[in-house]
Design a protein around this ligand. Structure first.
Ligand SMILES: N[C@@H](CCC(=O)N[C@@H](CS)C(=O)NCC(=O)O)C(=O)O
Length: 202
């Protein structure tokens, strides 16, 4: 299985973390290279990363890829908390909220990179507000280092940590108003799979 991505992408990092947690090694295709980009374009009409190539077919979204890896490695390897029916709604809502914030923040980042003033565009002001509202909503709901009423590091905690660290790395959102989110991120900072996938400078 060949994972296409960049080391800075928070969505790609989630797949790399899940693979490490499960003890899986995935072949790496760096999409910042011409060969990696050509391979990505062949596999995905969206040209977003991550894409996992399985038997010549691209799996086009980080959630689909993580679900696939967790389903393939059904055993209880390590202490990564598997999705559970009891926390499905709460965990799903955390993931949707942080993803909405992350995708909006990524658009703000691309606008800034392209030297476009996103504040001049009403929809992009909404995107900035969406980031802040989602982070405030999450900050009210996290429970110490955990995102649901069940303890353990799982997909929701992973989504929050990877997105918040990326937002700090790219300086796309002020994080001071969200002390509980920052505490959650700090609580997991030394987890080996997170340490092992953190790009230089993050
Ligand atoms: N929902 C997707 C989001 C993936 C995504 O937005 N990836 C970004 C990199 S972090 C990307 O490839 N953006 C390229 C673009 O928007 O053109 C997932 O979970 O995989």
């Amino acid at each position: 299985m060949r994972l296409h991505g960049t080391v800075t992408s928070p969505f790609v990092r989630r797949v790399r973390v899940v693979a490490q947690e499960l003890g899986l090694s995935l072949e790496w295709v760096d999409t910042t290279t011409p060969e990696g980009q050509a391979s990505l374009q062949r596999l995905s009409p969206l040209r977003k990363v991550p894409v996992l190539e399985v038997d010549g077919v691209g799996v086009l979204d980080s959630h689909a890829i993580c679900d696939l890896l967790l389903a393939r490695e059904a055993g209880e390897a390590g202490d990564f908390r598997r999705p559970r029916a009891a926390t499905q709604i709460a965990e799903g809502n955390v993931i949707h909220a942080i993803d909405g914030a992350a995708e909006a923040a990524i658009r703000l980042f691309y606008f800034r990179r392209d030297a476009v003033d996103s504040e001049a565009i009403p929809y992009m002001r909404l995107e900035r507000e969406r980031v802040a509202r989602a982070l405030a909503w999450l900050d009210e709901r996290v429970r110490g280092p955990w995102c649901t009423e069940v303890d353990g590091f799982g997909l929701a905690e992973l989504a929050v940590v990877t997105a918040v660290e990326w937002m700090q790395f790219r300086a796309v959102a002020a994080m001071e108003p969200y002390p509980r989110l920052l505490a959650l991120v700090a609580a997991h900072a030394e987890r080996p799979s997170l340490r092992g996938t953190r790009p230089p400078g993050m």
